[in-house]
Design a protein around this ligand. Structure first.
Ligand code: FNR
Length: 347
């Protein structure tokens, strides 16, 4: 279908389900085990209601913000996803270009098709990116090398360590495709990766540190106490521990806990998982997130329509976020807070 026919992010998913090769669709869409977390990530947003304020002058609404020191057009970023080349041979290059043109941040995955140099050659000179790092049991020095390479390239500001993948989750729809001869390349994850190892990594880099995969207030506080720059509340899009709590629910627990302990806004709080609407983005910001990441929506739009698809997805989010702000009676993101939400059905 022509791109003009796409009116929301769910359309991209629907189209991807029809036009991606079955094994690629299976790999992209799958969650782990019974996919309880995959479903709840999305569903839990529907239990949060808005309390809009009326008769505000909302001619001007500003959706720009800063994430880890970088100004971005929207409070969203394109998160890391491995094997995007199965959907589009230009893989990380199109996400880098789309992010550059839309003034957003893209998190480059460890498992990229292209080298960091190749990816960064697509970036604008002043474009900031993040690099996602998996710690592999076979190549610790390889991870250090990659981080050093990122430092040399100059426009990668932050390293996002994925910390929810001591072992890869059991993803059954993918496994069924594997049975038909489909092969995913997978690195052996290092189950010994712990807080001490993390601090060793931090000592050896000047880049900012993001922890991707925080799921409790206790770990969020620990990260804050250690002076980590940002956490991403994430359950890996429901692909790791099934029955992990939906991320928006974890966010609602983490922010008040950081506040109570004096760390609110001292560590940036990001969240990913199940975000499909501008309304979802605004709900997360009302709950205290600095910004949100989206995975599958960008992966689907980029796989089917290339860079233009990714840009269309961003444009849809931009329009929807502006619309929610106007209808909420808000001009700027920093005005959002819990008073705009009714959480009676959520907690
Ligand atoms: C991922 N995700 C992921 N995360 C990561 O840290 N490294 C990776 O290589 C990948 N690979 C990956 C592949 C695919 C196909 C998906 C769908 C996801 C997780 C990703 O960064 C993010 O946490 C979720 O995708 C967010 O949820 P939504 O937006 O997909 O619902």
């Amino acid at each position: 279908p022509p791109l003009e026919k796409v009116i929301n992010l769910n359309d991209f998913e629907e189209i991807a389900s029809k036009f991606l090769k079955p094994e690629v669709w299976a790999y992209y869409r799958t969650g782990s085990l019974d996919e309880i977390t995959l479903r709840e990530n999305i569903r839990s947003f529907s239990k949060i209601f808005f309390k809009p304020r009326v008769l505000q002058d909302v001619r001007n609404v500003d959706t720009s913000t800063r994430l880890l020191g970088t100004s971005t057009a929207l409070p969203i970023y394109i998160t890391a996803f491995a094997n995007s080349e199965w959907g589009n041979p230009l893989a990380e290059k199109i996400y880098t270009r789309a992010a550059g043109e839309a003034n957003l941040i893209y998190m480059i995955p460890t498992m990229s098709k292209y080298t960091l140099e190749e990816i960064e050659s697509e970036a604008h000179s002043d474009q900031t990116q993040w690099l996602q790092i998996y710690i592999s049991s076979t190549g610790k020095e390889g991870s250090f090398d990659k981080i050093k390479q990122a430092e040399r390239l100059g426009n990668i500001s932050s390293i996002a360590f994925t910390i929810d993948t001591a072992q890869l989750g059991k993803r059954e729809s993918e496994d069924r495709e594997l049975g038909k001869g489909f092969r995913a390349q997978r690195m052996p994850h290092d189950p010994s990766f712990d807080w001490n190892t993390l601090l060793e990594y931090r000592k050896r880099t000047s880049l900012k540190i993001i922890l991707k995969g925080i799921q409790t207030k206790e770990d969020a506080l620990k990260a804050a106490e250690l002076g980590i720059d940002a956490i991403i509340i994430s359950n890996h899009g429901g692909r790791q521990l099934d029955s992990s709590r939906p991320t928006i629910q974890v966010l609602a627990e983490v922010v008040p806990y950081l506040k109570a302990n004096g760390y609110y806004r001292k560590i940036e709080v990001l969240v990913d998982g199940g975000i499909r609407r501008g309304n979802d983005v605004v709900k997360a910001l009302c709950l205290g997130a600095n910004g949100v990441g989206l995975g599958r929506s960008f992966l689907y739009s980029g796989s089917i329509y290339g860079k233009d698809g990714v840009k269309k997805a961003i444009e849809i989010l931009n329009d929807e976020i502006k619309l929610s702000l106007r209808l909420l009676g808000v001009n700027r993101l920093d005005q959002l807070n819990e008073n705009y939400l009714d959480l009676a059905r959520f907690h």
